[in-house]
Design a protein around this ligand. Structure first.
Ligand code: AMP
Ligand code: MG
Length: 406
């Protein structure tokens, strides 16, 4: 049985190959709507950045040589505001008041912070020695004109979008979002809007997977629920295979009515794994069918969430045209001792807090992988095993944040 890191690597390898075969579709979006999208065309600098020698402080622009030692006094001959210009030349021995973001005039080569000066009338005394380049970002030092600032395949977060805005790239070429078909299975599962009978459950996994797909900036295509019979699952799986990827939940365990693998096999699927050494989530299935990645996630709601985070997310990144983001892992001090059973990596609902100096993580009580209520109070998963299955209070342990909660 693969470890979760091996299984994740397998997904990245296989989906990477499939993604490389696909012709990605481009579209244009306005910058305000582009967060989370994947750039399909480079963004380059339209001019030097900064476009002028920029002062990074409020203070006085000077020739550093005029204040090479503390205590120099210079005459102030004017001011330059951000966006403003100083007309005329500044003679040696003179200085000019300057604001943060303003252009340092030609001939001057340092800015002294206002905090380190005294002023009486137009006479400014410099308490500290200045050196050339002090508090100035030279023209073109952040980026030269025409240099590539964002590459094709970059996921557009707030920093990337700020760069795009800075260079005036307000309409961005991006890849179309990967479309993910979502199908739950189970005779007992009814729509979340329906009134369940005493022995039925509402379909929470459909909503989970749709939400997680949206959070990954993919386009969910919900296909509802299939009852546990081969014909119905097969028909809906065939519909799902029309999209870029199919994510099923339920029906992958050892039970008599767990039919997902059987249906996939009947459609000629190639199985890359059918179990992973994790709890929750052990029966997770990853296959390709008609060159499309197919995930069969275990139906227990917490298993669905953990296996989506571990295996589906990197696949979505690859289909989106970008590199899979690494699994985020934090380190925190364990609040009380945790002991688990051998052989598996355990992802336990936990709460991470920074009350004091260090992050601290507490395992939450839960009833196992069906316990959604416990999970909604957790903001992460404490990871224990597979090698070391006991961690003492006070030890540093790994925690995977619950996406969006931390
Ligand atoms: P399965 O993986 O099909 O054996 O299902 C495992 C457990 O998860 C059972 O208790 C199911 O009732 C529950 N379950 C399966 N699918 C869903 C779903 N879509 N929403 C909520 N619970 C589900
Ligand atoms: Mg089932």
């Amino acid at each position: 049985m693969l470890s979760y890191t091996e299984a994740r690597q397998k997904v990245i390898e296989i989906v990477g190959v499939e993604a490389a075969k696909r012709t990605l579709v481009h579209e244009t979006v306005e910058i305000e709507r582009a967060v989370g999208r994947v750039l399909s065309l480079v963004v380059a600098a339209d001019r030097d950045y900064p476009p002028f020698d920029r002062s990074t402080r409020d203070g006085y622009a000077i020739r550093a040589a005029d204040a090479a030692a503390p205590g120099a006094a210079l005459e102030c001959v004017g001011e330059i505001r951000a966006g403003g210009e100083f007309k005329g030349a500044i003679a040696p021995g003179k200085c000019v008041e300057i604001m943060t973001g303003a252009a340092v005039p030609a001939g001057l080569d340092a800015v002294a912070m206002i905090e380190h000066t005294r002023r009486e009338g137009n006479r400014v005394t410099f308490e500290r020695a200045a050196a050339p380049g002090d508090h100035i970002v030279a023209r073109g030092s952040e980026a030269a004109a025409k240099s590539v600032l964002l590459r094709s395949g970059a996921r557009l977060g707030y920093a990337e979008l700020a760069v795009a805005a800075q260079v005036g790239a307000t309409r961005l070429r991006v890849f179309a979002k990967p479309r993910v078909a979502i199908l739950s299975t189970g005779d007992e599962v009814v729509d979340a809007r329906a009134t369940p009978g005493q022995l039925q459950v509402r379909n929470s996994n459909g909503i989970t997977v749709e939400a997680m797909a949206r959070m990954a900036d993919a386009e969910p295509v919900p296909l509802g629920n299939a009852r546990d019979n081969v014909q119905e699952i097969r028909q809906k799986v065939e519909r799902g295979l029309e999209e870029d990827m199919l994510v099923l939940s339920g029906g992958v365990s050892m039970g008599k009515y767990d039919l997902v693998e059987k249906v996939l096999a009947g459609l000629g699927a190639k199985f890359h794994f059918t179990a992973v050494a994790i709890r929750p989530g052990r029966p997770a299935v990853f296959a390709t069918c008609n060159d499309k990645p197919v995930f069969g996630l275990p139906g227990n709601p917490v298993s669905t969430m953990v296996t989506f985070e571990l295996f589906v997310l990197p696949a979505l990144d690859l289909l989106a045209g970008t590199n899979p983001r690494p699994l985020p892992i934090l380190r925190a001090r364990l609040a009380s001792t945790v002991k688990e059973k051998a052989g598996l990596a355990h992802f336990l609902p936990a709460r991470i807090e920074w009350a004091g100096r260090e992050p601290r993580v507490t395992q939450l009580p839960w009833q196992g992988s069906g316990d959604l209520v416990a999970l909604a109070t957790a903001n992460g998963f404490l990871v224990i095993g597979p090698e070391k299955l006991e961690a003492q209070a006070g030890e540093w342990v790994d925690v995977v944040p619950r996406r969006g909660a931390l």
